[in-house]
Each structure stands twice: as C-alpha cells, then as structure tokens.
Design a protein around this ligand. Structure first.
Ligand code: IPE
Ligand code: IPE
Ligand code: MG
Length: 245
C-alpha cells in the first residue's frame, strides 16, 4: 500500500506548521551558492501546499524568515528578501485561482516597503478564499510575538479595557499573531536539527513534533505523508491516561 493510501483521511491534522530548514546545506552539496537552495525551497513550498490541500489540511504555517536570520551575511539576506518579493508576485495569481488564503505573521515594519506592499496586496486579494490558509512566518520570532502580546495586554489593563483576572490562556492567544488560527496539531522540522528556533513557542504546547533528516529542497509529498502517518500513530493524551481516552 502506498503511503498516501495508509493515511486515515478522517484524522488529518487541521493545521501543520513546518520549519523549512536545510536550504543552505542542500545548495552546498550541489556546489552552489546558498541562494540556489532558497530558490529551490520555493518549489518545495508549491508542491507541499498542493499535497497538504489535497489531503484536507486547512492551515499550513511555514517558517520563512526568523528575526534572528537578519544576522546572516548581507548578500544572503538581500537575496532572500528579493526572492520573497519575486515569489509572492509570481505565485499570487495561481494561489488565488486555487482559493488559497494568504497570511503573513511577524514584524512587518522592519521589511522593505516593496515587500510590505506585496504582502498586503496578497493578503487583501485572497481574503475571501477558504480552501486552505497559507501562513508565512516572515520576520517572525516567538519571543518577539509574546513580548508584544504582553505589552498590548498591559496597555489594555492600564486603560481599563480588561481586568487582570480576565487574563487566561484564551485571552493571551487572542493577543498573538496567530489569533485567527487553531494551534497546529503537527510540527515538522526538516534537515535533522532537533530544535524549535523561536517558532510558535506558545502555540505548540500540545503539538506533535516530527523531525526528518531530509533537507527542505528535497522534501517530497511522500515525506509529508510520512509525517502525517507518524502523527496518526501517536496517542495524544493531553495530560490524561490511556484508559480515559
Ligand atoms: C532555511 O534554510 C531557510 C532560512 C532560514 C531562511 P537554511 O538557510 O537555514 O539552510 P541551512 O540550515 O543553512 O542548511
Ligand atoms: C529556522 O532555521 C528559521 C527558518 C526556517 C526560517 P535556522 O536555520 O535559522 O535555525 P537555526 O539557526 O539553525 O536554529
Ligand atoms: Mg538552517
């Protein structure tokens, strides 16, 4: 039986988040510059989105550029920013035709006007689509997001918009960039690194984690199916014991 046929379509994660890692190492293996790997990574996004949508995933969140990634060599950062502008503009029509709703989460204000314009245009154009939500975490880091939320909550307490005893899980979630999305059931990280790198720290409290050695540009639909099958073989207890489930 193929991997696809083994998937239980009634238990597909609604929300999958991916740390797309390994572009640079993949490029190096081919004797190419790192940007060659980032370019190839865009192709993988296209394929993965298609496979996720076909299988019934409703939210796909992709870690695209972290706030810490600004610390890379300038030519790499410039190349990535250029690639982002180009890719959003090239892919938008096709994504819109496929009824994909696009979102960007992260600190927009530090990005170039050109990139911000592309992002805002894409979000606005696709705002009535509901086939699948494609969320790019771009200039995102979880500690930045949580810090921001704390500042906003404090302001609202100070201005008597909320009282301290109203602060709970749900309220905090509503101050995060992800307030419109359910928490991911599955997080995938490629490239054999076993860390979270400042991604969705709050949201992954009960997420199943799947790590693969595959580098992002060579990640295939089969690798996605493997991750989903791995997820489907887990027992999600949420603090309870097996007998209670
Ligand atoms: C992930 O690939 C893409 C970004 C972080 C922008 P990397 O560029 O981190 O690739 P490696 O980890 O160096 O191989
Ligand atoms: C995480 O990858 C960020 C993205 C995939 C955008 P990194 O390559 O930046 O992570 P570290 O530095 O290895 O932890
Ligand atoms: Mg990396």
């Amino acid at each position: 039986m193929s991997l696809f046929d083994q998937i239980n379509l009634n238990n597909v994660p609604k929300h999958i988040a991916i740390i797309m890692d390994g572009n640079g190492r993949w490029a190096k293996k081919q004797g190419e510059f790192r940007l060659f790997g980032h370019n190839a990574g865009v192709e993988t996004i296209r394929e993965t989105l298609k496979a996720a949508e076909e299988i019934g995933v409703k939210y796909l969140t992709l870690y695209t550029f972290s706030i810490e990634n600004w610390n890379r060599p300038k030519d790499e950062v410039d190349g990535i920013m250029e690639l982002l502008v180009q890719s959003i503009s090239n892919e938008l029509e096709d994504l819109h035709a496929k009824k994909v709703r696009m979102w960007f989460i992260g600190n927009q204000s530090q990005l170039s006007k050109e990139l911000q314009d592309e992002m805002n245009f894409a979000m606005d154009k696709t705002k009535n689509n509901n086939n699948i939500h494609l969320i790019f975490a771009l200039n995102y880091s979880s500690r930045w997001e949580i810090t921001n939320a704390i500042k906003e909550i404090s302001k609202d307490v100070k201005n008597n918009k909320i009282s301290i005893d109203k602060i709970d899980d749900e309220l905090i979630s509503n101050y995060l960039c992800t307030k419109h999305f359910p928490d991911p059931e599955l997080l995938i990280r490629t490239s054999g690194e076993y860390r979270i790198s400042n991604f969705l720290l709050w949201q992954i409290a009960y997420t199943e984690l799947h790590f693969t050695d595959v580098l992002w540009p060579e990640f295939t639909n089969e690798d996605l199916y493997k991750a989903i099958l791995d997820y489907q073989n887990r027992e999600r207890r949420f603090g309870k014991i097996t007998e209670q489930l």
